[in-house]
Write a protein that binds this ligand. Structure first.
Ligand code: BES
Ligand code: ZN
Length: 592
């Protein structure tokens, strides 16, 4: 037995599924999916087969020509769930499992109509990364295994289903139900399985890109993301032809717990990106970049997550540099630096979670999640790029993508490839220090620009009474204001807050990065005029990136702690299970 992924029961000595055929019946009343999955192996197999499940009710397991076969559901592990062991008969090429999802399936969030923009229909969306696919489908839930898939999704008439796959047709069943069919011909890891069902409309943005959203937001989304084809073209110029045919996007309801999720052919996005000025499209650049880094070349397990995210942050900033220039990119790196410092601070008593090459046996990957694989990882990639020069590095990246396309790899495989193609580069940048040592090496690349230096000087002078003049800030774009706010001291006075709001009109900002940065400062200052806006944001938005700092800052004063508890009690039924867990862990750090 060899289990290469600490977060899966997958046994490398056993055969890998090649393809899934799914039938999913979406039951909004019961908040369950009735599922049937056929795992195809592509050739005759036999013997034990271990699958991942979590909270699933297994109804039957059958092999064509053999009928029902023996199966056994193991004890439930809090992180991994239960191993489903099948005993495959001689010559079996596929197995069919019927099942029902559990009441607390972490992959699924079931929304009441009131939690949607239109407030008339329920909504369902999935989020399988890191290890939640097993709460939706019994499968080998590890990126060591890649599967093509086809699916039939049965939903109430009037609602639309989308998946991380291409649509192949739909039909009304005449009984109040409607079936949508999909196919994903390319092999993907299970964490990229994705489904959403709701009252949806779409608009074309280019011949290969389309945005989906509720009718109430589709116009705003169309405007915000109108530049996506240009991004795809720039990304293709860097990394080669777009490998997934279409690039469609879905704007979700505000409880979506992430900024974006790179589901192939259907990126999922938080509606908090709809700033009205296209200032937050870096998230789209990021999810688009995953089409190469992550979806095409994939981390073999969450222990190598930096191969997905570090590379993608680097790639995202490479795309944005072409679109918006060096100054804008330096600001992006500065925002990343802040996120990195916050994460290093959060994990200061768990330094092993600050390594790029992680050891996650017994650790829930959602608990290990932070900006470290993103930003420390991107700095390692940038260090290699600086070492060998941009042109040579880009040639290397293309070779890397060719060599490993549609495979899942470890840090060791990556290092061996670098050693072969860029001899000496790993040693020259001291890659070991990034991979296996905590914190950020002193030699990590820095990203500066005149504009960034000016903002830094201004923010640093705050404690001595320095205040930016109206003239100085007249030309600031949202990113500059965001970096300025991020660089201010964390313990502002209420008078400071009043001054900032007056000068920058912060309370009414539609750019959530700025709004949340501001509300974090205001919450930490116990600044009462910001409470109504804090209420609105915390009751509406479930994006973990915002909940963590906001609830964290509310922990500073007795009055704001009471507010936080009151808001969490009111908001938590509407939060995604993952978001609820994050907030709970923050509230547990409160002193009383
Ligand atoms: N793949 C991630 C989201 C993710 C990570 C989901 C881990 C589940 C577990 C996605 O690509 C991502 O990184 N999103 C970021 C945006 C980005 C610009 C850094 C986010 O959600 O904020
Ligand atoms: Zn990402």
């Amino acid at each position: 037995m060899h289990r290469p992924d600490p977060h899966s029961y997958y046994d490398a000595a056993q055969p890998k599924a090649r393809r899934l055929r799914l039938k999913l019946g979406v039951d909004f009343a019961a908040k369950r999916i009735d599922g049937e999955v056929v795992l195809e192996f592509g050739s005759a197999i036999t013997g034990p087969l271990d699958l991942d499940t979590k909270g699933l009710e297994i109804h039957s397991v059958q092999v064509p020509g053999h009928g029902p076969i023996p199966w056994e559901l193991g004890e439930a592990d809090a992180i991994l769930g239960s191993r489903l062991r099948l005993d495959m008969p001689q010559g079996a090429q596929e197995v069919t499992i019927t099942y029902r999802t559990g009441a607390d399936a972490m992959a699924l969030q079931w929304l009441e109509p009131e939690q949607t923009e239109g407030k008339v229909s329920p909504y369902l969306f999935s989020q399988c990364q890191q290890i939640h696919a097993r709460t939706m489908v019994p499968c080998q839930d590890t990126p060591n295994v890649r599967v093509a898939y086809q699916a039939e999704v049965n939903v109430p008439e009037g609602l639309t289903a989308v998946m991380s796959a291409g649509p192949t047709g739909d039909e009304a069943l005449g009984n109040g139900r409607h079936v949508y069919r999909f196919t994903m011909p390319q092999p993907i890891p299970s964490y990229l399985l994705a489904l959403a069902v709701g009252r949806l409309e779409s608009r074309d943005l280019s011949p290969r890109a389309r945005v989906w959203a509720e009718p109430e937001t589709v116009a705003a989304a169309t405007w915000e993301f109108a530049g996506v084809e240009d991004m795809i073209l720039k990304a293709e110029g860097l990394f080669g032809a777009y490998p997934w045919d279409r690039y469609d996007m879905l704007v979700l309801p505000p409880s979506f717990p992430y900024g974006g999720m790179e589901n192939p052919r259907m990126t999922f996005l938080t509606p908090t990106l709809l700033a009205g000025d296209r200032s937050l499209v870096d998230v789209v650049a990021h999810e688009l970049a995953h089409s190469w880094t992550g979806n095409l070349v994939t981390n073999a397990s969450m222990e190598h997550f930096w191969l997905n995210e570090g590379f993608t942050v680097w790639a995202e900033r490479r795309i944005l540099r072409i679109l918006h220039g060096d100054d804008a990119t330096a600001l992006g790196w500065a925002m990343g630096q802040k996120a990195l410092e916050d994460s290093l601070e959060r994990f200061k008593s768990q330094p092993k979670l600050t390594l790029l090459r992680m050891h996650l046996e017994g650790i829930d990957p959602d608990d290990a999640f932070s900006s470290i694989p993103y930003e420390k990882g991107a700095r390692l990639v940038a260090a290699l790029e600086r070492e060998v020069g941009e042109d040579r590095f880009l040639r290397f990246i293309r070779e890397y993508m060719d060599a490993f396309r549609f495979t899942s790899i470890t840090t060791e495989q990556f290092c061996a490839f670098v050693a072969a193609k860029l001899p000496g580069a790993l040693e020259a940048v001291n890659a070991k220090a990034y991979l296996d040592k905590p914190g950020l090496p002193d030699t990590a690349p820095e990203f500066r620009s005149v504009q960034l230096d000016t903002i830094t000087v201004l923010a640093d002078s705050w404690v001595d009474g320095g205040r930016p003049s109206a003239h100085q800030i007249a030309s600031w774009k949202p990113a500059e204001l965001q970096v300025f706010l991020q660089k201010l001291p964390r313990n502002l006075s209420q008078a400071d807050c009043a001054w900032l709001d007056e000068r920058f009109q912060l309370m009414g900002r539609g750019n959530y990065e700025i709004l949340v940065e501001w509300l974090t400062l205001a919450a930490a200052a116990d600044y009462e005029p910001a409470f109504p806006r804090l209420r609105e944001v915390l009751l509406r938005v479930g994006r973990m990136k915002y909940l963590r700092p906001l609830y964290g800052a509310l922990g500073r004063h007795a009055r704001t702690r009471a507010l936080a508890r009151e808001l969490f009690a009111a908001a938590s039924p509407g939060y995604h299970g993952l978001s609820r867990r994050v907030v709970q862990s923050v509230l547990e750090t409160y002193p009383d």
